[in-house]
Design a protein around this ligand. Structure first.
Ligand SMILES: Cc1cc2nc3c(=O)[nH]c(=O)nc-3n(C[C@H](O)[C@H](O)[C@H](O)COP(=O)(O)OP(=O)(O)OC[C@H]3O[C@@H](n4cnc5c(N)ncnc54)[C@H](O)[C@@H]3O)c2cc1C
Length: 197
C-alpha cells in the first residue's frame, strides 16, 4: 500500500471549475500515460484530500529497538526535492552505523548520536533554503549578485552536498531575509540511569 499525490498550483488543478479532490487526481492521472499505466495495477482505497503543509519532524532519531530514517525522521517541504536524497543518505549512514553496532554488540540509542547529528545537519541546511525560497523578499540572483561565492554554496546545498558548514551562506542570506534557528530534534533518546537526573 502506498500514497499517491500531485504537486501543482491550485489554479492549475482546479481549472475548468473542477474542485473535488478525487476528480482532480483522476483527471491528472488520465493526462499522463506513464502514470496511468503504473497505477492501472492498483486500486484506490483511501480518501482524497488537499494539503499545503508537508513538514514534520520526529523528536528523536533512535529509541531502544527503533531507528527512524528518511521521512519517518524528518520531512521537509518537497520544493527543493531533498526528500529522496535525505532518505537515501540516512539509509546509507544508518546501514554503516547498524553494522558497527552489530559488530560491537551494542545497538543502544546512544550509538546513533553521530548518525542523528549528521542527518540533522543535512535537514537543517536544506530547511534554511526552503524558508528562504518561500520568502517573497528572497531572490537567489540578489544574494549571488551581492556575494558571488554564494552561488557555489547554494548549488552544493541544493545538489545534496549538505553535510558541511554553510554558516557563511546563511549570514549572507540573512542580509535579505530572516532564517530559522535549528530545531532541537533528531538526537537519540538516551535515558539517564535511575538516580542520575
Ligand atoms: C507530494 C510529494 C512530492 C514530493 N516530491 C519530491 C521530489 O520531487 N523530489 C524528492 O526528492 N522528494 C520528493 N518528495 C519526498 C519523497 O517522496 C520522500 O522524502 C521519500 O520518498 C522518503 O523516502 P522514505 O524511504 O523515507 O519513505 P517512503 O518513500 O514513504 O517509504 C516508506 C515505505 O514504507 C512502507 N510502509 C509504511 N508502513 C509500513 C509497515 N507498517 N510495514 C511495511 N511497510 C510499510 C510504505 O508503504 C512505503 O513504501 C515528495 C513527497 C511528496 C508527498
Amino acid at each position: 500500500m502506498t500514497s499517491v499525490g500531485i504537486v501543482a498550483e491550485g489554479k492549475y488543478l482546479t481549472r475548468d471549475g473542477v474542485k473535488d479532490p478525487k476528480s482532480i487526481v483522476h483527471r491528472e492521472v488520465e493526462e499522463n500515460l506513464w502514470i496511468k499505466d503504473r497505477l492501472s495495477v492498483g486500486a484506490s482505497t483511501g480518501d482524497y484530500f488537499i494539503t499545503s503543509e508537508y513538514r514534520r519532524r520526529s523528536r528523536y532519531c533512535a529509541a531502544p529497538g527503533l531507528l527512524l530514517l528518511g521521512d519517518a525522521l524528518a520531512f521537509l517541504d518537497p520544493v527543493v526535492s531533498s526528500g529522496v536524497m535525505l532518505a537515501l543518505k540516512s539509509g546509507h549512514l544508518a546501514g554503516e552505523a547498524v553494522h558497527e553496532g552489530l559488530v560491537a554488540g551494542d545497538l543502544s540509542p546512544a550509538r546513533f548520536t553521530a548518525l542523528g547529528a549528521a542527518i540533522r545537519q543535512g535537514v537543517e541546511n536544506m530547511r534554511k533554503l526552503v524558508h528562504a525560497f518561500y520568502d517573497p523578499k528572497f531572490s537567489f540572483r540578489e544574494v549571488i549578485k551581492a556575494h558571488p561565492e554564494a552561488g557555489g554554496q547554494i548549488t552544493d546545498c541544493l545538489s545534496g552536498d549538505v553535510n558541511k558548514d554553510f554558516s557563511q551562506l546563511w549570514s549572507w542570506i540573512r542580509e535579505f531575509v530572516p532564517l530559522p534557528d535549528d530545531l532541537p530534534y533528531g538526537e537519540p533518546l538516551v535515558e539517564e540511569p535511575a538516580g542520575t537526573a
